[in-house]
Write a protein that binds this ligand. Structure first.
Ligand code: ZN
Ligand code: ZN
Ligand code: ZN
Length: 365
């Protein structure tokens, strides 16, 4: 484990150097988990991994968290430096950095920490570290792909079970709780979210499950995700209670076709935006272009949403090992929504789906 992490630290430091950065600051976040396997809570007392080309990495932590940091996966392999309460941690951080140049700051670094650091290091410029860390995190290694596959399969199974369950008459929030229970039953060690959007609520892509009871003729958007070993899953399916509402079939078929077209467009070297375009072209040709109100997908890994974003304007070429969602949707105000989402992984020749729950329309009872 620690070898794999040290290799990541080395690659991140090299990438920083190639990008002309004088260093990278990594505060508690998925970035820190990725690089150091260390996951302390983000607090007002700063914790920061400082990477600088040409010098050894230093993990700066509050004194009271020293034991925890030293006991973390890289705690024995890199220098853990502590600062005591009462001292100025920003001065300590600034001393680990050059006086001039540009430094990458982890995207999740609190503005509190960055602003105080800027006061101590007025000559330094700062840019988001995602410019360097994003491309590294976006390409998953075999171990990561394996765990993402496990998370996806468990999530598929939770969906299959809810589709066989009797859910007519239940409130959205009850279905959401049932889904959360099924996700845990399937071996996920955490539930990130469950969206249950029935009938007209389906027209809101990030609907918060509420008190509306599911009834016959409802379309229901189910979107669920959890974690295995820190890695996320994310699956959407749209089912109908007893029978589809009027006008639904045509819309469903279009979304399914768009999802297929986008999947077919995935291959190494293809710009991310082309996958978005493949889905959008199908939905546009079907006359529902203005009802597809979000990007086609997002990368997934230690975070539910991360790069690469499958969106118009992202010309970043896809690379083998990248994992992301393909989730076109059509949202019909006042009536229903449809979204079909799978996680896919780019291979050397094309792509594979990590989700295998049926994409054909399921009628539930
Ligand atoms: Zn979403
Ligand atoms: Zn989703
Ligand atoms: Zn998603």
């Amino acid at each position: 484990m620690s070898r794999r992490l040290l290799d990541r630290v080395t690659r991140a430091t090299r990438a920083a150097e190639e990008a002309g950065l004088a260093g990278i600051l990594v505060t508690p976040s998925a970035d820190l988990v990725y690089l150091a396997g260390y996951d302390p809570p983000p607090l007002e007392r700063p914790t920061c991994l400082v990477l600088r080309p040409g010098t050894e990495p230093v993990l700066l932590v509050p004194e009271l968290e020293g034991p925890r940091a030293r006991g973390s996966p890289l705690g024995g392999s890199l220098e853990v430096r502590t600062w005591p309460d009462g001292d100025d941690p920003y001065r300590a951080m600034a001393r680990l950095l050059p006086e001039h140049g540009t430094v990458g700051a982890s995207d999740r670094m609190w503005s509190l920490h960055l602003l105080f650091l800027q006061r101590e290091a007025p000559e330094l410029g700062f840019v988001p570290a995602s410019g360097v860390l994003g491309p590294l995190r976006a390409v998953k290694d075999e171990g990561e792909l394996d765990i993402l596959g496990r998370a996806a399969r468990a999530t598929d199974e939770a969906f299959r079970r809810i589709a066989r369950d009797r859910i007519e008459g239940l409130r959205e929030e009850e279905v959401g709780e049932r889904l959360a229970g099924l996700l845990r039953e399937q071996g996920l060690d955490g539930v990130n979210f469950t969206i249950v959007a029935s009938g007209p609520n389906g027209a809101s892509p990030h609907h918060e499950p509420g008190g509306r009871a599911l009834r016959q003729g409802d379309a229901v958007v189910l979107d669920l995700g959890g974690r295995v070993g820190g890695y996320c899953s994310d699956l959407s399916r749209t089912v109908c209670v007893d029978h589809p509402p009027r006008g639904f079939r045509e819309v469903y078929d279009l979304v399914q076709e768009a999802q297929e077209a986008a999947f077919g467009a995935v291959a190494p070297g293809v710009p991310a935006e082309e996958v978005d375009r493949a889905a959008r072209d199908v939905i546009g040709a079907g006359g529902h272009g203005d009802r597809f109100i979000h990007r086609t997908g997002h990368g997934i890994g230690l975070e539910e949403h991360e790069g690469p974003y499958i969106v118009e304007g992202n010309r970043e070429p896809l690379r083998p090992g990248m994992c992301f969602s393909i989730e076109p949707g059509i949202y019909v105000e006042g009536a229903f929504g449809v979204r079909i989402e799978d996680i896919v992984a780019v291979t050397d020749t094309g792509a594979i789906r990590l989700n295998h729950a049926t994409r054909d329309l399921e009628l539930v009872t």
